[in-house]
Structure formats: structure tokens, C-alpha cells
Design a protein around this ligand. Structure first.
Ligand code: ADP
Length: 193
């Protein structure tokens, strides 16, 4: 059985995490944030160290350990009774983040919608990330140079993932709106699934 999935897609700062957390609170939706799971790893573990090394430079963690971590986390969530694949939509935020990851996940996922949060003005993204750095004490948001590297990584490696999925399931959502307006747009798409 493939997992019924909705992808939250967009640049760092586009609001994937904010929307994902809200959707994850709705019965029948299970939110997985790849960045959050990485940040929850102890820096004493091998993968925790690898994560810090890459994320502090605005780079992506290598694909195999990333996909392995994802599979393990979902299996644990299912065992713990938090995720019910037969009835829940999986809301993925931050994975797949390049074409190779999309290929690795293709056998497992039945992607029903790709919600592309778009923002015409990259400076707005930079400002949001700088505000988040203050609020959440995130190393990768703290330096302007790392933020710019992350935005470049997004353009180079992540944006091409969009073309991996058929145009009829892709939806553009204006992420420059206030979060509640973004949510309304997303819910209108999800209720039709
Ligand atoms: P943002 O969306 O603001 O970039 P995330 O919390 O999604 O933040 O990710 C933070 C960091 O975690 C990324 O810069 C990257 O180093 C790592 N990361 C998260 N998801 C992935 C992934 N799917 N593949 C590789 N690295 C990832």
C-alpha cells in the first residue's frame, strides 16, 4: 500500500512549517517536518553531527541517511499509534528536497497534491528567516550568509522537484499573504481531495 500524501513545497521561510503544524492538528492528517526531526537528534549521535555539519552551511544532509531517518520516524509513529497510514493523509514538509529523494520515495508515496507556497520577493523570505532566528534560536537562520546559501540551495536542488510531479496535482499558493489566508487557500484544495 502506498501512503496517501500531500507535499508542502516552497523556499525556506515560505511558511511550510507553520501550515504543516496546523494541518497536523486536524484529524486524518499526520505532519512530518524533516527539519524538525533532524533538529530533535542529539548532537552526540552520528546523524546529529552530520546534520549540524551540513545545515550550518546551508547545505542538504546526504540523501540516504535522510530517507532512512524518514522511514524510521514514520514506522515509529505508526507503532506508537500516532500515524494511521490506512486512514491518514501524510503531510510532508521538507522532504523530498531534491530529485534523488523524490525518486527514492516514489515507490512509497501516492502524492495527491503538491502545495507550492510561492513568494515573489526573496527579501521577504530573508526577513522572515531573520525573525525566526531570534525567536527559535536557530543556528542556520542566524547568519545572513547561511540564509542566502539556503535560498540558493533551494533554487538549485529543490525547485526542480516540482517537475517530478504531474502539473494537474500542483497548486500554487501565495505565501506572501497572512498565515490565515494561506491556510484558507490550502484548505480549499484539501477538501476536494
Ligand atoms: P528550512 O525549510 O527553513 O530550510 P528546515 O527546517 O526544513 O528549514 O531544514 C533545516 C535544514 O535541515 C536544511 O537546511 C538541511 O540542512 C536539513 N534538511 C531538512 N530536510 C532535509 C532533507 N529532506 N534532505 C536533506 N537535508 C534536509
Amino acid at each position: 500500500m502506498k501512503l496517501r500524501t500531500v507535499l508542502l513545497f516552497g523556499a525556506p521561510g515560505s511558511g511550510k512549517g507553520t501550515q504543516g503544524r496546523i494541518l497536523g492538528a486536524i484529524p486524518g492528517f499526520f505532519h512530518f517536518s524533516c527539519g524538525e526531526v533532524f533538529r530533535s537528534l542529539s548532537p552526540d549521535t552520528e546523524l546529529g553531527r552530520i546534520f549540524l555539519q551540513y545545515s550550518s552551511q546551508g547545505r542538504l544532509v546526504p540523501d540516504e541517511p535522510t530517507v532512512e531517518l524518514w522511514r524510521r520516524y514514520l514506522a515509529d509513529s505508526e507503532r506508537a499509534g500516532r500515524y494511521h497510514p490506512e486512514s491518514d493523509f501524510l503531510v510532508l514538509d521538507g522532504i523530498p528536497r531534491n530529485v534523488r529523494q523524490a525518486e527514492l520515495l516514489a515507490d512509497t508515496l501516492d502524492v495527491r497534491a503538491v502545495l507550492h507556497l510561492t513568494c515573489a520577493d526573496p527579501e521577504q523570505l530573508v526577513q522572515r528567516l531573520q525573525r525566526r532566528a531570534l525567536r527559535e534560536n536557530r543556528l542556520d537562520d542566524a547568519h545572513l550568509e547561511v540564509i542566502r546559501d539556503r535560498l540558493r540551495t533551494y533554487e538549485r536542488e529543490t525547485r526542480p522537484v516540482l517537475d517530478f510531479y504531474p502539473p494537474d496535482i500542483r497548486h500554487e499558493i501565495n505565501a506572501a499573504q497572512p498565515p490565515i489566508a494561506v491556510l484558507v487557500d490550502i484548505l480549499q484544495i484539501l477538501r476536494r481531495l
